[in-house]
Design a protein around this ligand. Structure first.
Ligand code: ATP
Ligand code: MG
Length: 276
């Protein structure tokens, strides 16, 4: 297909703060990029296995998982599953919690995922990594494997504090382990425009990070919270919902960034359902 990149862009969806919308973003962006014709692999790097469940895969039945890939007892190709939503999934379950200890004894423990991905980077356009809410060895494996980092965040006071820690960690990873790592963007999630604090933090973010802040804003939308219990991304669960439409807009923006088309950067932010 014309315009396709040769090697997949690997994007780690990460924030050490819990419950900010990492998994919701990873699953929905995977589904929306697939909908736009992209070849997508989603990797669940969290022992909670929420991305696995959100794709309709029963995590206790998923075997082998990313855990076996990390410790080298299964190949990535032999472990990926095809979801019902036109993208592939490398699942995870609670067993992955043991990886933290098991990896310590292995050589090049920070590079295990990166080296496993080398075999499949030519087969996908995007590889998305759903990282756990911690700066542990699993997250480091994600950051070392990634080209870019997408940071979902809620626009609240403590979010900015957490961001400082995350940016410092990214600098360290870049200095010691992965010199090409870049911030792809900061994504405002669960956005409630009625809150004055939200508006203020959102403006501060734009002030500090400028073009790194995605123009697309993900609104707080109950359909996004309901979709995982049906094992579906929002576009398959309720396509017309504001949440699903916002993630479609994010997929378009991700592609536009990928293609270097920042021509619309001066326009005001967009939420699902129209301009704000
Ligand atoms: P963790 O740090 O535990 O991995 P997370 O950062 O992956 O969490 P999610 O699991 O995506 O965050 O979201 C946390 C909760 O908020 C979930 O119940 C999810 O369904 C809900 N949620 C996420 N985004 C939205 C949204 N835009 N509107 C409403 N609910 C949302
Ligand atoms: Mg999660």
């Amino acid at each position: 297909m014309q315009g396709r990149v040769q090697l997949a862009t690997v994007i780690a969806v990460t924030n050490q703060k819990g419950g900010v919308g990492k998994t919701t973003t990873a699953v929905n962006l995977a589904a929306c990029l697939a909908e736009l014709g992209q070849r997508v692999l989603l990797i669940d790097l969290d022992p909670q296995g929420n991305a696995t469940t959100g794709c309709g895969v029963v995590k206790r039945e998923a075997m082998p998982t990313v855990y076996q890939v990390l410790i080298g007892s299964s190949t990535l190709l032999g472990t990926c599953l095809r979801t019902d939503f036109a993208f592939d999934l490398l699942p995870a379950n609670r067993e992955l919690a043991g990886a933290e200890v098991d990896l310590i004894e292995l050589v090049r423990r920070e590079y295990r995922l990166r080296e496993a991905l080398a075999a499949v980077r030519g087969s996908y356009d995007f590889i998305l990594l759903d990282c756990p809410p911690a700066l542990n060895l699993l997250t480091v494996n994600g950051l070392v494997a990634a080209d870019r980092v997408m940071i979902p965040m809620q626009c609240e006071y403590y979010a900015l504090e957490g961001l400082t820690d995350l940016v410092a960690t990214l600098k360290k990873v870049r200095a010691h382990l992965n010199p090409v790592l870049e911030i792809e963007g900061l994504l405002r999630t669960m956005f409630d425009p009625r809150s004055t604090l939200t508006q203020q933090v959102s403006r501060d973010l734009e002030g500090h990070f400028g073009g790194k802040v995605y123009r697309t804003i993900i609104p707080r939308n109950v359909r996004l919270a309901e979709a995982p219990s049906h094992g579906k991304p929002a576009i398959a669960f309720d396509r017309a919902s504001k949440g699903a439409q916002a993630y479609l807009a994010l997929a378009h923006e991700t592609l536009a960034r990928q293609r270097g088309q920042a021509a619309t950067a001066k326009e005001p932010p967009v939420t699902a359902g129209g301009r704000r």
